[in-house]
Write a protein that binds this ligand. Structure first.
Ligand code: PYC
Length: 332
């Protein structure tokens, strides 16, 4: 019997939670962050569940555990933890983790103002702007993002037949654009989206295969991006991103914004140098930009960047006590 202690720093990025585990994370084996992620999932997933689910977390809880980089060219490595699992990459999580690390002295950047991050999805470069001790904004240059497949259809109980394109921005996203069964997130309720999303995800995963062409360990459609028209003059578009079993991202979702920019670029709506301001369900915004064109396998891809802000909300020493019947959390 033991009581496990985790030294966490809690915060949020544009409204979505980020719990950074600064101490107490397990030692992981593996040469790369993808290997370490596999080791964590095989042996230590109880830590993720205990820290993310109720009663210590909630449906939207998301965070990271810090590790020494597995690569010479990075400052630090990040393992993302969330109610949905260990994401290969998380944009709001990166912005929150960088803000927390800099404000709390958890990392020594080789180049001030820049952190090179070793994530399971690949190298992500974060540039941050400070005002005194506080980080004002983080812009991350994300992994190459691309359209995986077009025109996939699924029958969703309660919604009807929908057709989606699937794009990758660090996770695989089904992008639901306006169509007969769905017009705009403004026309439906959050509980509608929470009801339809897991059914749509399951139907698509049963019918189709989603796998990264260069990193086969990254597979499966995990997120649904429901499209909407912006409500604020400076925004390009709005979204509601579903993840886990019961969560709508309160931030505009960094990997979702990357996937959507790749989709817009493939449709000819964005080109290198173009900005794309994404508005979240609560009205917070990320400033996206298409930095360059590239390829992934033989697919055309973009290098996206995303800028946003985060605030630290407090220090949180969390115990997971083996005697607690809810040590590993629960979900309704
Ligand atoms: O910002 O990439 C993101 C993200 C993924 C899931 C929730 N937020």
């Amino acid at each position: 019997m033991a009581r496990h202690t985790f030294f966490c720093i809690d915060g949020h990025t544009c409204g979505n939670p980020v719990r950074v585990v600064a101490g107490g994370g397990p030692t992981l084996q593996g040469k790369t962050m993808l290997d370490k992620r596999a080791h964590f999932l095989a042996e230590f997933d109880w830590i993720r569940k205990g820290l993310m689910f109720e009663p210590r977390g909630h449906d939207m809880m998301s965070g990271s555990i810090l590790y020494p980089s597995t690569r010479e060219d990075c400052d630090i490595a990040i393992l993302f933890i969330e109610t949905s699992g260990c994401l290969p990459m998380c944009g709001h999580g990166t912005i929150g983790t960088v803000t927390t690390m800099i404000e709390h002295g958890l990392v020594s950047p080789k180049t001030p103002g820049t952190l090179r991050l070793d994530t399971p999805a690949g190298v992500v470069v974060a540039q941050y702007r400070q005002a005194g001790p506080y980080v004002e904004e983080v812009r991350l240059t994300n992994v190459a993002s691309f359209v995986h497949s077009r025109g996939l259809s699924a029958e969703v109980p309660g919604l009807g037949s929908v057709t989606v394109d699937v794009a990758y921005g660090g996770n695989f996203y089904a992008i639901v654009e306006p169509q007969k069964a769905f017009t705009d997130i403004a026309d439906v309720s959050v509980s509608d989206l929470l009801g339809w999303s897991p059914r749509l995800r399951q139907a698509l995963n049963e019918k189709y295969t989603f796998q990264h062409p260069e990193k086969p360990e990254i597979k499966g459609l995990s997120h649904i991006l429901w499209a909407g028209k912006p409500t604020q003059a400076e925004a390009t578009a709005r979204n509601a991103v579903f993840y886990g079993d019961n969560a709508i991202d309160r931030s505009p979702c960094g990997t979702g914004t990357s996937a959507r920019m790749a989709h817009w670029a493939a449709l000819g709506r964005l080109k290198p140098g173009d900005d794309f301001i994404h508005e979240s369900i609560i009205g917070s915004m990320f400033k996206g930009r298409v930095e360059a064109l590239t390829t992934v396998g033989d697919l055309p891809a973009i290098i996206p960047s995303i800028a946003g802000w985060a605030r630290v909300t407090g220090l949180n020493t969390i115990f997971i006590d083996d005697r607690d019947p809810y040590a590993h959390g629960f979900q309704l």
